[in-house]
Design a protein around this ligand. Structure first.
Ligand SMILES: *Cc1c(COP(=O)(O)O)cnc(C)c1O
Length: 365
């Protein structure tokens, strides 16, 4: 059996450090807003290259906190790419605003800025590019689009911890950026966790308050009606240990991706596109194939995991469908052909050979 991701193998490789970090939280029992939370927030802000990091409950909450702090709500529209995990659009709906879906680029699978521009109305307040599968969106074009149209640029970095655009870490381009530490992400906790990063002191303060019942550091002093979305101390302790390994693990992902690309170069699968100006961190390795069902069957028979990220573009998904909007054709085509194959830092060349063998077999027909 070859899994899509092997969380246990990763845990075993750093077991003593993780166990020690968790035990030290247990010894102090500072489970909420403990020392490890503030330590991790500082480390992560430094890693991304921003002034502030605010830990929170998960990546969806991170997006929501940003939108709320930017005062985006009822009557406002936010541009979201049609191909992403549902959370990007849910966060918009959860603050009372309307997600407007834009199409994606056929090869990078990230936001198509020309299509996004056509969907801007006087109600549009923000644009949320998603660095899908670990690949940076075209940040120059998106920053230009946001600047010319006076939109907030909010990055969804949930799949791209450590990815870069023109030598700069993604997450440092927008007014604020959301990260998820869901266990299977490139930097994953051992449960739900998330964070926002920003250079704005005002926004940082506002988001910290919103995420902690409207309080600042003083308990029982409530400035706004907020919510409860805090980063657990145990999760923060785990994340501090794992952050030290993130670059090494991303490099292993890149090496594994290159191995697939070198093996599959002569086939007609459409492989991930990585431009020289970006550093892809291969959260997922996707191939595009015409008769996908048959290929999935071959994988299944051979005990190899594969998955579709995602089966339907969000613009035609029931909760969001709006018949007045032009559908996103590229996203629709890509969702019919895309398939994620096993890739994780601990994958072996032997495992990759087995996966590639199935792909060859299928290619030859
Ligand atoms: C995982 C993910 C999220 C949400 O993160 P959670 O921590 O699961 O709430 C948001 N956007 C994208 C693109 C994601 O992949």
């Amino acid at each position: 059996m070859i899994p899509l991701v092997d969380l246990n193998a990763q845990y075993l490789s750093i077991k003593s450090e993780i166990d020690e970090a968790i035990n030290s939280v247990l010894a102090k029992s500072d489970f909420i807003r403990g020392e490890a939370v503030f330590r991790f927030e500082n480390e992560f802000a430094k890693y991304i290259g921003t002034d502030y990091c605010i830990g929170c409950g998960n990546g969806t909450d991170a997006l929501e906190l940003i939108l709320k702090a930017l005062k985006i709500g009822p009557g406002d529209e936010v541009i979201v790419p049609a191909l992403t995990w549902i959370a990007t659009a849910e966060a918009v709906v959860n603050v009372g605003a309307r997600p407007v879906f834009a199409d994606i680029n056929k090869y990078s699978y990230t936001l198509d800025t020309e299509d996004a521009e056509k969907r801007i109305t006087p109600k549009t307040k923000a644009v949320i590019p998603v660095h899908l599968y670990g690949n940076s969106a075209d940040m120059a074009a998106i920053a230009d689009l946001a600047g010319r149209n006076n939109l907030f640029l909010v990055e969804d970095c949930a799949q791209a911890h450590g990815a870069e655009y023109l030598g700069k870490k993604i997450g440092s381009f927008g007014i604020a950026s959301a990260f998820s530490f869901y266990p299977g992400k490139n930097l994953g906790a051992y449960g739900d966790a998330g964070a926002v990063v920003t250079n704005s002191e005002d926004l940082a303060q506002e988001m910290r308050m919103l995420s902690n019942h409207g309080q600042t550091d003083k308990k029982n002093l409530h400035f706004v009606s907020g919510r409860n979305s805090r980063l657990d101390t145990i999760q923060a302790a785990v994340l501090s240990v794992k952050l030290k390994y993130l670059d090494k693990w991303n490099l292993k992902r890149t090496e594994a991706a290159r191995y697939y690309i070198s093996k599959l170069g002569h086939t007609d699968y459409i492989l991930p596109d990585c431009k020289p100006d970006t550093k892809h961190v291969y959260h997922l390795f996707t191939v595009r194939v015409k008769n996908r069902e048959k290929l999935m069957e071959r994988f299944s028979v051979s005990g190899i995991a594969c998955a579709i990220h995602y089966p339907k573009p969000l613009d035609i998904l029931d909760p969001f469908y709006d018949s007045s909007q032009k559908t996103c054709e590229v996203a629709s085509l890509v969702t019919q052909e895309i398939l994620s194959i096993p890739l994780f830092p601990e994958i072996t060349a032997g495992q990759q050979d087995s996966v590639s063998d199935i792909l060859f077999e299928h290619y030859k027909g």
